[in-house]
Design a protein around this ligand. Structure first.
Ligand code: NAD
Ligand code: MG
Length: 397
């Protein structure tokens, strides 16, 4: 194709699990894409390797101390580079038609908004940024003419199934959950689970933070909130269904009780391919679904008693006014503490609950209307969670 028909692509978080799946799809049809910018946190070697392979125009790493290393690794390539949070934002501002937002955590908010504000097509994997800024994120995208395509598998499934009817005809959506490695565990065992046990996801291979979130089902909580903001759904319109095989990713029920589902192998390359091809469909890279081989699909109701983090997500949505920002911020602190082996697994949800309660008690609730508001609440909630952490860690369940 002529140079003008090339699709220009930026990948934020190119060295991560979602980044890797995205690059795999680009690699399959290099003649269709021009890579504009690639970013990473601190993995200079990984991002430079990709930048050279795809002949990217710009590379940024968030870790400022790595600028010299980055410049040296790119010497002679003609590829421009930068380091620090502002360089990640610069990467998002550069004129790519399609951008994958796959930074992990609320750290991805500013760059995602930079892409939204210039009206880009944004494939959104970074659910924490939407949970952090849900009060205004989608409005801001609509105002800028940006197109948000859900890359998270459940939300991508809903996006596809929603095309079968109108908003008024919809009665509810259902997102599925594998149940994670502790699906069948007793509460007392979940309380004591080790880091190695939490990192053993039965179906999906993902980054460390989301893998721990899947074990606590905080990931599903984040996804309930994500669905609410993406599709303007009330908490009562969103159900979670445990489905250990991870074959059905999401379903939409309409008022005639027809239920439309999206199915596929548990491989993020399928929802990412949908985002990359949209509104057309491009060839996939995951294994085609073989239902005869899988044999049976099973379902269970989620258990809020063993996975209290899921219930807290509904509470945060109902509370509104920054409560989902607090939910996410406290979870990020809790996951970091658990990863550093400073708290027990069971303390993750307790810290989130304690932080949310303290936030409301201190009279901090207020609607968020800007990135600065969201980031201020995020920072303040992180501090509050860090302050509450020692007493939560000391208290057995
Ligand atoms: P990951 O940890 O594998 O990768 C994260 C990427 O972001 C890396 O490239 C890393 O260098 C970069 N990064 C991390 N911190 C950063 C910072 N402070 N500033 C700039 N860049 C930073 O994570 P992942 O599993 O690929 O997940 C990415 C996002 O996608 C998360 O929000 C996650 O919830 C979501 N998601 C992931 C999956 C999956 O299968 N992995 C599925 C659905 C949604
Ligand atoms: Mg998901």
């Amino acid at each position: 194709p002529a140079a003008s028909s090339l699709r220009s692509i930026t990948v934020l978080g190119a060295t991560g699990s979602i980044g890797d799946s995205t690059m795999d799809l680009l690699r399959a049809s290099p003649e269709r894409y021009q890579v504009e910018a690639l970013t990473a946190n601190g993995n200079v070697e990984g991002v430079v390797k990709l930048a050279k392979e795809f002949n990217a125009r710009f590379v940024a790493v968030a870790d400022e101390s790595k600028l010299d290393e980055l410049r040296a690794a790119l010497a002679g390539t003609g590829i421009a580079s930068g380091a620090g949070d502002s360089a990640i934002v610069e990467a998002a501002e550069r004129p790519a038609d399609w951008l994958m937002a796959a930074v992990s955590g609320a750290a991805g908010l500013k760059p995602a908004l930079a892409a939204v504000d210039r009206g880009a097509t944004v494939a959104l994997a970074n659910k924490e940024c939407l949970v952090c800024a849900g009060d205004f994120f989608m409005d801001r995208a609509a105002k800028a003419g940006a197109c948000i395509l859900p890359a998270d598998s459940e939300h991508n499934a809903l996006f596809q199934a929603l095309a079968s009817g109108s908003r008024e005809e919809l009665t509810r959506v259902i997102i599925t959950a594998s149940g994670g490695p502790f699906r069948t565990w007793a509460a007392a065992d979940i309380e004591q689970a080790t880091l190695a046990q939490a990192l053993k996801h039965p179906n999906w291979s993902m980054g460390q933070k989301i893998t721990i979130d899947s074990a606590s089902m905080m990931n599903k909580g984040l996804e309930v909130i994500e669905a609410s903001y993406l599709f303007a759904l009330a908490p009562d319109e969103i159900d979670v269904l445990v489905h250990p095989q991870s074959i059905i990713h999401g379903m939409v029920e309409f008022r005639d009780y027809s239920v439309m589902a999206q199915l596929g192998s548990p491989d993020m390359r399928t929802p990412i391919a949908h985002c990359l091809g949209w509104p057309d469909r491009i060839p996939g890279r995951a294994a085609p679904l073989d239902l005869a081989k899988i044999g049976s699909l099973t379902f269970e109701a989620p258990d809020y008693a063993r996975f209290p983090g899921l219930k807290l997500a509904y509470d945060a949505l109902r509370t509104g006014s920054g409560a989902t920002t607090v939910y996410n911020a406290a979870n990020e602190i809790a996951v970091a503490a658990f990863t550093a082996q400073n708290i027990r697994f069971g303390a993750i949800a307790r810290l989130v609950e304690a932080t949310m309660n303290e936030w409301v008690r201190a009279g901090n609730l207020a609607p968020l209307s800007s990135a600065d508001d969201a980031i201020a609440v995020d920072h303040k909630a992180r501090k509050m969670a860090a302050t509450l952490l020692p007493q939560i860690a000391a208290k057995a369940s």
